[in-house]
Design a binder for this molecule. Sequence first.
Ligand code: ZN
Ligand code: ZN
Ligand code: ZN
Length: 369
Amino acid sequence: MSELVCAFCLSTLEIPQTVIRCSGCTVRVYCSEDCRNNDFGLVPASEKRRLEAAAGQAHGHWCALYAIQDSKHGIGSEGRDWEVAQINPHVGLGIVALQPIGRGMRVAVDSLQRRFDSYTAHLTAPLHPLHASLREKLRTNAVGCADSTLSHSDPHSDDSQLAYALAPRLSRANHDCNPNAGRCHDPYTDTLVMYARRDIQQGEEIRIDYMPWTSAMFEAQISPHARRQELMDHWGITCSSDCYCYQRNVQQVVTEAAQLDKHILFLSASIPQSFSQRMTFLAAIDEMLDLIRDHCPPVSQADYLWNGFCIAIMDKANVPRGVEYLRKLEAVKAAIFHPSDRELLHFQSLLRDPSIHEDYLLYEVDRSG
Ligand SMILES: [Zn+2]
Ligand SMILES: [Zn+2]
Ligand SMILES: [Zn+2]
């Protein structure tokens, strides 16, 4: 097992006796009381500049969750559940599971750094390519935060540093076209959450897809070939001919999904006016959900589930169907997002009472009026 690091400043904890343990979850460790307080967001203004150079994980928001979840599955704690470790000389560093992690569980939460200067040099210095410029390092390691799924947002398209965010720990995750984990931006805590896409064994490397198949990818009509080209151009990744992404069924799913997305977009260009149009729309949503279920990250279903809900609740006959879409959507988000996330809370109140949605029974109301 590798050395312990402070969960806030990432410094190595060399003398175990001096380790400060979070009293809430009793899992997370710090080098000092200062670092613990900072990770909880208890920061005096005078400390702010030093703080920005560190890499907290907004632990004040997550601590109570870890305490609950650790008792069952043991997730999200660096040094106990996962660690950054040397994979092999070719791959370099990666993230390795220290405990079995169940499908759908959060694996880790990381901060997002958006400022890069001499104060944060210690965060960027160890990143690959080792002797490259800061821009080159960010191009390789940063994630875009424009949308909440971090799907196809492109940190390479904008030269401004604001377009970049760096998750100092999770940027160590290596790529896999058929990965055991995914990542998602949690807007409430502004952290990057890594979650398991399937059961992960102890000692297994945790990998993510740098270009996962999401609704944004389908909408942009990205072909499997274009995706591989981008993996090559931006990360130097070459897929061998036996890679998952070359499998015939995967290529077929992606091609069909892109067509279906175009069809759904066309159908939703205006609110489907007749009941039969709305049924056609819902059928297309169902077809899409069925198609991408096994090949795409669960978050890629979110847009389709939401659209399905919004259309279904317009007709009394389809309300149960709409609630079923929303129930699935809530489950996808609840597995990743912080429980206090505004969008998640909104889904939950809609589940309790779908009639608070402005389009609820839109057509029934029109008819009676
Ligand atoms: Zn520290
Ligand atoms: Zn804690
Ligand atoms: Zn591949």
